[in-house]
Design a protein around this ligand. Structure first.
Ligand SMILES: Nc1ncnc2c1ncn2[C@@H]1O[C@H](COP(=O)(O)OP(=O)(O)OP(=O)(O)O)[C@@H](O)[C@H]1O
Length: 237
């Protein structure tokens, strides 16, 4: 598996923001980011707040546009450069290849929790029965009380919503997983569950790139920590 090409490869990627409300002021964030993540590997982005960790994940997912460089994501036999791909190609990558889990749950109102998680599995072609089984397993592992499963999560506590969000993000089997602080407001017990689930994904060959503020989680899941400060832009803002 290690001889294969990586599933994610960034090659000299740079990003700055132009602040139009501040007279076009340019805020340089990261320069020449080069890193790669192989199948079955979990690479963690480290560095202080504001270093550009989330911006890197958002560029890979196609939410932010890279100014320079290549963002290569492998889709089967094809390698797609997200930095220059058409929006339609990026949407197909999100459907088939890349999952993204942030710390916030955004869902369609009035859909029951169990269906939200099962529907996420169904998006990847998993049958209804198996999707429901996966949803039940993940929600119980993540200690979401069964009495809540038929309710929409809008009134759930912050931690409960985050656990539903993780269950939804992990329900499908996409080969690439981008995790943006998914454990931010979880207690130690649930953080440990997420660590186990990340190990399960790694064993299944998923390439994971993540940001974790909790040191215990970072240490438990990381094969490598990439300190983003080494990509700090030298240009002054
Ligand atoms: N959409 C945006 N418009 C303007 N500036 C932005 C935007 N997104 C991020 N930034 C700026 O880019 C810099 C890097 O932000 P980013 O969220 O990537 O950092 P981070 O390392 O993930 O921080 P944290 O650990 O606090 O989440 C910050 O100075 C931030 O203000």
């Amino acid at each position: 598996m290690t001889t294969e090409q990586p599933l994610i490869a960034l090659d000299d990627v740079s990003k700055s923001f132009t602040l139009h409300l501040r007279g076009g002021l340019e805020l340089a964030v990261v320069s020449d980011v080069s890193l790669a993540v192989a199948a079955g590997e979990c690479v963690v982005l480290g560095g202080p707040s504001g270093a550009g960790k989330s911006s890197i994940l958002k560029m890979i997912y196609g939410n932010y546009r890279a100014d320079r460089g290549r963002i290569l994501v492998r889709d089967g036999a094809e390698v797609v450069n997200v930095a220059s791909a058409e929006p339609r190609r990026i949407l197909a990558l999100r459907r088939d290849v890349m999952g993204y889990v942030s710390q916030f749950l955004r869902v369609i109102p009035r859909v029951a929790t169990l269906d939200i998680v099962a529907n996420a599995a169904r998006e990847r072609g998993i049958g209804q029965q198996e999707a429901m089984e996966r949803a039940r397993r993940l929600l119980s592992l993540l200690n979401v009380p069964e009495r809540l499963w038929q309710l929409p999560p809008s009134t759930f506590s912050g931690g409960e919503q985050q656990r539903v969000n993780i269950a939804r993000g992990l329900a499908a089997d996409r080969p690439v997983l981008l995790l943006d602080e998914p454990t931010a407001s979880l207690d130690a017990k649930n953080r440990a569950v997420v660590v186990d689930l990340i190990h399960e994904k790694k064993r299944a060959g998923t390439a994971i790139l993540g940001i974790f503020h909790d040191e215990d989680v970072r240490e438990a899941v990381a094969d490598r920590i990439e300190d983003v400060t080494r990509f700090a832009s030298s240009r002054a803002a």
